[in-house]
Write a protein that binds this ligand. Structure first.
Ligand code: ZN
Length: 62
């Protein structure tokens, strides 16, 4: 699983590292986004930073 560095969240040493967020895709597929020390990972097939990760990042921008 790839980790994608975040432009909006400084994940290094973040207290939410290891936290997993369930995400439902546009086709009803279920994926899991996890914060790691290096950014965010998602278990969907996309190799680029996917909309699932971006959706979680957006929640940190509030
Ligand atoms: Zn994804």
């Amino acid at each position: 699983m790839f980790s994608h560095s975040s432009d909006t969240v400084n994940t290094s040493g973040h207290p939410f590292i290891g936290v997993q967020w369930p995400v439902t895709g546009s086709k009803g597929d279920r994926y899991t986004v996890e914060m790691t020390d290096y950014g965010f990972s998602c278990n969907c097939p996309a190799r680029v930073k996917c909309k699932h990760i971006k959706g979680i990042e957006a929640e940190f921008e509030a």
